[in-house]
Write a protein that binds this ligand. Structure first.
Ligand code: ADP
Length: 306
């Protein structure tokens, strides 16, 4: 088995002389949920369209399920399910009728999959209700059920959470986690809002102006955004013993270069500084670090306000 599902190599997509995608190189490993995060116009849909074969790159290459040639990649796309831009729903039909229509269009003989997927996305009891009377969250979940009809290994969802109310957001988030955990589907999901996908995605790909600005794991993201006092001092061992004895905490991380991140007592900066002073520890840096997710995202894409 290949250790990655998709690898893109310097994918570029140009419209007139404008680079909607600019040398995008990403790797998707199986069993993970990738959050593709970027402002409107960053290039998220373009990247998803190129991967799904709905658009083509101007230059660059990709490898899908270990296949490299254009013909083989096209064949492997059968293993992808996607919902890019709005889901293709037939408004005058019920959920079940929509499932049947899409199943037939795709030439999938297994009729049982209709109920099975409706159950999976929590829409099995919508009966005769027409899709036009569904909430936006229900429509999104039906769209996801339709994208699962071919039993995909890679699911690509473009902004499925956009515009949902908090309950709808929760339902879609839970569904994604379930698809990943129970069905082992690798998911690439886009959003213009980092907090929206926080803790849902296992990995984050931040895109801006068609360029990948950063890729990081949930762990790394949590660490970068966690508030702490950053202390750089001459006698870190002495500082650690003060933290343990006087402040009764081991909630810190020791970094190289005589630097310590203290996660407790962040609101008691003065008290910590006073203790350092009392023990004669010379500090070369003492600052509060860590950011909100949104500020962190802004700092990664270059600090421009919306
Ligand atoms: P996102 O999904 O992140 O909002 P898109 O991928 O839709 O961004 O768009 C990226 C950029 O490419 C935008 O500036 C958009 O206007 C441009 N773009 C996308 N599709 C086309 C197209 N068919 N023709 C010209 N420009 C396009």
């Amino acid at each position: 088995m290949t250790e990655f599902i998709l690898k893109t190599n310097e994918l570029t997509r140009t419209y007139n002389s404008f680079n909607a995608l600019d040398n995008v190189s990403i790797t998707l490993e199986p069993g993970k949920i990738y959050g593709l995060i970027g402002r409107n116009g960053a290039g998220k849909s373009t990247l998803m369209r190129v991967i799904a074969g709905l658009s083509y790159p101007t230059s660059g290459s990709m490898e899908l399920f270990g296949k490299k040639s254009a013909k083989a990649i096209q064949a492997e796309r059968k293993r992808i399910g996607s919902m890019i831009e709005s889901p293709s729903l037939i408004m005058n039909m019920t959920a079940k009728e929509n499932m049947k229509a899409h199943r037939t269009m795709r030439g999938i003989p297994n009729t049982e999959i209709e109920d099975e997927l409706l159950q999976l996305v929590g829409l099995s009891d919508t009966g005769k209700k027409k899709v036009k009377d569904f909430s936006l969250g229900m429509k999104q979940r039906l769209g996801i059920a339709i994208s699962l009809i071919n039993n995909p290994e890679l699911l690509i969802l473009d902004e499925p959470i956009n515009g949902l109310d908090p309950l709808g957001v929760k339902e879609v988030r839970n569904l994604l986690i379930k698809l990943c955990e129970e069905r082992h589907i690798t998911i690439l999901i886009s959003s213009h809002n980092l907090p929206e996908l926080f803790q849902v995605a296992t990995d984050y790909i931040i895109i801006h102006d068609g360029k990948i600005k950063q890729t990081l794991t949930l762990d790394q993201l949590e660490n970068r955004c966690r508030k702490h006092i950053l202390i750089e001092c001459e006698e870190p061992e002495k500082l650690l013993s003060i933290l343990e004895t006087e402040f009764n905490t081991t909630n810190f991380k020791v970094l190289p270069n005589k630097t310590i991140k203290l996660y407790d007592h962040v609101d008691e900066k003065k008290k910590v500084a006073q203790a350092l002073f009392n023990h004669g520890i010379l500090t070369t840096n003492f600052s509060i670090e860590g950011d909100t997710l949104e500020n962190y995202f802004i700092s990664v894409i270059g600090g421009e306000e919306e």
